[in-house]
Design a protein around this ligand. Sequence first.
Ligand SMILES: Cc1cc2nc3c(=O)[nH]c(=O)nc-3n(C[C@H](O)[C@H](O)[C@H](O)COP(=O)(O)OP(=O)(O)OC[C@H]3O[C@@H](n4cnc5c(N)ncnc54)[C@H](O)[C@@H]3O)c2cc1C
Length: 547
Amino acid sequence: MDEYFFKSRILNRASNISQLKSESFDLLIIGGGITGAGIALDAASRGLNVALVEKNDFAFGTSSRSTKLIHGGLRYLKQLEFGLVKEVGSERAVVHKLAPHLVVPEKMLLPLYETRGFGSLLTSIGLKLYDWLAGVKPEDQRRMLTRNQTLKQEPLLKPEDVKGGAIYAEYRTDDARLTIELIKTAAQYGACVANYSEVEDFIYQDEKITGAKVKDLISDFLFQIKAKVVVSATGPWVDELRTINHSKKGKRLHLTKGVHLVIPRTKFPVKQAIYFDVEDGRMIFAIPRGEITYVGTTDTDYQGSIDEVHTSKEDAEYLIRAVNRTFPEVNLGLEDIESSWAGLRPLIHEEGKSASELSRKDEIFESDTGLISIAGGKLTGYRKMAERVVDLVIEKYFDEVESPCQTENIPFIGSDFKNDNQVKEYLVSVAEKLQKIGLSHRAAYLVHNYGRQTDLILSHLLKSLANNNELELVKAELWFCLTHEMVVNPSDFFIRRTGLLYFNRPLLESVFNKVLEEFGVHFNWSSQKFQKEKSELEMSIKLVHNF
Ligand SMILES: Cc1cc2nc3c(=O)[nH]c(=O)nc-3n(C[C@H](O)[C@H](O)[C@H](O)COP(=O)(O)OP(=O)(O)OC[C@H]3O[C@@H](n4cnc5c(N)ncnc54)[C@H](O)[C@@H]3O)c2cc1C
C-alpha cells in the first residue's frame, strides 16, 4: 500500500505547473478527457516525456457525461459499421482486464415486440454476429428468451406488447473515474499533468508548432510549454483549437447532444439494465445503479455553447415519454427527476446525415504547422485511438523510439486484481471493516470507485471516527481526492470524483456544508471565495433537475 501512497502523490498541481513551465517536452497533449488520458499513458509508457493540460477539471467534457458503458455499440451493426463494432467490442474485455473493479460485467436485456424493432430471428443473428465480432467467451454469449422468460426478467414491461427477448453481455463503468485513474496511471509513468490550464494559443518556429501559450486559470498567470509535438485531444473543442491554429479546413465536427435522466430506484425499479426502442426508431438504455436508475440517451444536433451544456425540458420530456410507453406502470413525471447530465458527441460531419446516422469512428487531422487533432470515437475504444495517435507521433518525429504500444498490459492504478473473484474478495474484506462502524452499505461504492486505494481512505477514516461516520467517510474521500487527485473545487469532488451529484443527491445534500467547510480550510478560502464556491455548487445542483 505504501507503493500506492507514494505514487499517487504525483498529482500535485503546484509542482506540476512549475515543471510544465521549466521543462521541454517531447509531447504536449491538450485535453484531459479519456482520449487525452489514453494518449498520455501510451506515450509515457513508450518512453516519451509527456505533458498534458486540461482547461477545466479532468473529464469535464464528454468523458463524464456518457452512458457509462464499456460497450461494443450494438446499434452500429444496423449501420453496417463492422470494423468499429469489432474494435470496440474486443476492447471491452481488455479494459475490463485492466480495471476489473471499475469496468464491471453487466448483462443487458433486449425486449422484442410484435409491432416494432427487429424480429427474433434477425435479433438472434445480429447478437450472434455481435458476440462473434468481439470474440465474446461462450459462457457470456447471447441467450434468446421466450415471452414469459422476458417478462419474468423484467415484470415492469407491458405484457401485451412483448413477444420475447434476448440477454447479451456488456460492461458498465464510471467514465470520469476511468479517466482520472488513467491520468494517474500516466503520471506514474512520468507524464506531467495539470487541470485548470487552458491552451490559448500556439508557439511557432519556422511555421511549425513548438509548444503552447497556456493560462493557469487558478492564478490567472500565463506561461508557455515547450514541446516537439502537440496533440489536441479536445473532443467537442477540436475545431476551436484548429481555428486558433488557422487549420480548420476540409472535414469538420458535427456536435450532437445526449442527455441522461436520474430517477430514484423506488420510482423506476428495473431489475436489470435494459436496452429498449423508442417511437422514433432510436434505442435507449435504462440502467439501475445503487439507489437510482438512469435513462438515456437523446441524440440531437447541437449549436449552443460547448462550455455550458445542460438538459432541457424537451430532452427530459422525450426520455420520460419513452419510459412511460415501455413501462406504463411507472408513470414518470418531470417531478420525479432527481438529477441529469448532458454531453456532446464530437462526431465527424457527413453531408446529408442526421445525428443518429453519423459514424462514431474516430478521425485524425494533421495541420501544415504540425498540430495533430483527434476526434470522434468511443470511451470504450480509447486505448486503440491512443495507439494510433502515438504510432503516428513516433513514426513522424521520434524514429529512434522502437517501443511498440504497451498499454494492453498496464493495469490502472488501484487495480492489481487478477479477476472478478479477487475484486469480490476485496469487497468482502472492505465490507467487514466497515461493518464495525455501521457503514458496510458503502463498501461496493468505495471498491468500484477507488479499487485498492480504498485502503488509504479507510486508514484515514479510522483515525477520525466520530458520531456521524457517514460524514467522516465522505471527508476521508475528500482528503484522498485533494491529496491524490488534484481536486480544486467542490464540483470536481461532487461530480467527477464521487458522482454524488448524479447518483446520491440525498448524501450530497446531507454533507454539503461540512464538505464546503473542509474545502475552505484546505485552500484557506476568504469568506467571499467561500460564498462564490457555495453559490456555484448550488447552481450546479439546480441545473440538473430544474428545467
Ligand atoms: C450522451 C453520450 C453517451 C455516450 N455513451 C458512451 C458509452 O456509453 N460508451 C462509450 O464507449 N462511449 C460513449 N460516448 C462517447 C464518449 O463519451 C466520447 O467518445 C468520449 O468521452 C470523448 O472523449 P474525449 O477525451 O475525446 O473528449 P472530452 O471528454 O470532451 O475531453 C476533451 C477535453 O478537452 C478540454 N479542452 C478543450 N479545450 C481546451 C483547451 N483550449 N485547453 C485545454 N483543455 C481543453 C475540455 O475541457 C475537455 O475536458 C457517449 C457520448 C455521449 C455524448
